[in-house]
Design a protein around this ligand. Structure first.
Ligand code: MLT
Length: 208
């Protein structure tokens, strides 16, 4: 199967050395969903918001799944490479620095960002993972030589994510060299204001 282009919205900050936030929506979302949230990180940041290429009963996703929380790992591998190829191509077209891309993903979007991190540990300059779960049953071995900074937020009452698997995932990311800031919030699967406030604070510290 050939790679397909992803639908996207790009908003340039006008600052040549700017970081780019790569916005990755949850299941059933689209490229418009996270634009407002991304804008909260400041007007000095470029925004690249993309729509997942997979449809599940009409709902866009970034990769196929076999059931709730059970991923089609072959498709995940393919879609991750497709996304990375797309980012590189679009960075040339839109003239942003592909070495300064920070993913911000929610749920399914956080999961493809996680898949990208564990297969290409230094492809991103950082990542914000809201309500992620481990992208693979068995994670590959990986090393982030650059100690890429990650913000991870989980919801204490999230019915879709097994808390133990998140602890193991965070531990594996840390052992693999990532610099992980993990918070567990009194929330469910939905995002809360606290997620955004803490992520922005972390972002300002890391990427000022
Ligand atoms: C996924 O499929 O990535 C997770 O189950 C999260 C979701 O999209 O509901």
């Amino acid at each position: 199967m050939d790679y397909q282009p992803l639908k996207y919205i790009y908003k340039a900050s006008g600052t040549p050395e700017a970081y780019t936030l790569l916005l990755l929506h949850g299941t059933g979302g689209n490229e418009h969903d996270l634009i407002g949230l991304g804008a909260e990180f400041g007007s000095h940041i470029n925004l690249l918001s993309v729509r997942g290429n997979v449809l599940e009963h009409g709902m866009p996703r970034f990769f196929k799944r076999l059931g709730m929380g059970v991923f089609d790992e072959q498709d995940l591998r393919f879609r991750t490479e497709e996304l990375l190829t797309f980012i590189r191509e679009i960075s040339a077209k839109e003239a942003f620095d592909s070495t300064k891309v920070i993913a911000l993903g929610y749920s399914n979007g956080a999961n493809i960002a996680g898949a990208l991190l564990v297969t290409h540990p230094d492809a991103l300059a950082g990542a914000i993972l809201f309500r992620p779960m481990p992208p693979y049953k068995e994670l590959p071995s990986f090393t982030s030589a650059d100690h890429v900074p990650l913000f991870v937020s989980s919801g204490q009452m999230d019915p879709t994510v097994d808390p133990e698997s998140i602890q193991q995932y965070v531990a594996a990311l840390t052992t693999g060299g990532f610099s992980v800031h993990h918070v567990t919030l009194p929330a469910g699967h939905n995002l809360s204001q606290q997620d955004l406030d803490l992520a922005k604070k972390w972002f300002d510290n890391e990427f000022r």
